[in-house]
Design a protein around this ligand. Structure first.
Ligand SMILES: [Zn+2]
Length: 277
């Protein structure tokens, strides 16, 4: 019996399953860090997803493209592509890559290395792996969540993709959650280590962090201290999460947020950037 892949319409997680029977549950929705779908699960095949989603892309910063879907699907992740002379790097995945999107990626030189922060940013990484056969690098503790694709190089807490592009494990929100620092653009691809509130014009207004967003579960002080120790080494001025691009959110903003949460009982409420400046 052939295996195919199914996407959960509620969170966007892809998983392999039997062609004659959709999955009975979604591991991401069953986890405490996501909500359950109120009306039950709806799993769709690649063919069904391709019929309903359009993939769009735009250059966010010079040399960095974001790929996302319309209408929003699942958690609504964005996959980032860094165009680099030694070969392109993709970090996080869009929920779906249409044929034109894959063709555009091909014209841009394909993908040499593929990685991601944690399961909420995985999207359709499997499509990028199938199409471009990149080196798939992921933290060793994130491997249990990768049933839909194949990790080629499980890495430890620090990994250098290039001298100016490094992976740093921060854990906290998810086991093995890893951030990527791009020294060239002073950008931090921070997974869900930070959540950024944006105004109607897309400008960042507030920051928060969480263990679980839907249930408003805060991080422990130990987890916050680990975020702080890693972020302190990375002088960033822009933040890319799997869901937001925030120009002008800096290391100082993030450290101020962690310091505030370390002062007393931690919480998940957003603090305005003014408060954190
Ligand atoms: Zn997450």
């Amino acid at each position: 019996m052939p295996l195919i892949r199914y996407a959960c319409t509620h969170c966007g997680t892809w998983q392999p399953g039997f062609a004659h029977a959709p999955p009975t549950g979604c591991p991401t929705c069953l986890d405490v860090r996501n909500a359950l779908p109120r009306d039950g699960w709806n799993f769709q095949t690649a063919g069904q997803v391709s019929e309903k989603l359009t993939t769009r892309w735009e250059q966010t910063l010079p040399g960095i493209w974001g790929f996302a879907c319309e209408p929003t699907f699942g958690l609504g992740s964005t996959g980032w592509l860094l165009r680099r002379p030694e070969g392109n790097i993709a970090f996080e995945g869009a929920p779906w890559y249409s044929k034109p999107a894959l063709e555009y990626l091909e014209v841009m030189g394909g993908i040499r290395v593929l990685s991601a922060s944690h399961p909420h940013g995985f999207g359709a990484l499997w499509q990028l792996q199938e199409h471009f056969d990149p080196l798939l690098v992921l933290h060793k503790d994130a491997v249990p969540y990768t049933k839909a694709f194949q990790v080629r190089w499980p890495v430890d807490d620090f990994h250098e993709l290039a001298p100016d592009l490094t992976l740093h494990c921060v854990g906290g929100h998810y086991e093995g959650q890893t951030v990527m620092y791009d020294a060239r653009t002073r950008s931090l691809f921070c997974g869900d280590a930070l959540k950024v509130d944006l105004d109607a014009r897309g400008r960042p207004t507030a920051l928060s962090c969480h263990k679980g967003f839907h249930y408003a579960i805060p991080l422990s002080h130990g987890e916050l201290r680990r975020y702080r120790a890693v972020f302190k080494q990375l002088p960033f001025e822009n933040v890319f999460t799997p869901f937001e691009f925030a120009r002008g959110v800096t290391r100082e903003h993030a450290l101020a947020l962690f310091d505030r949460l370390l002062e007393g009982m931690p919480h998940t409420r957003p603090l305005s950037l003014e408060e954190l400046s």
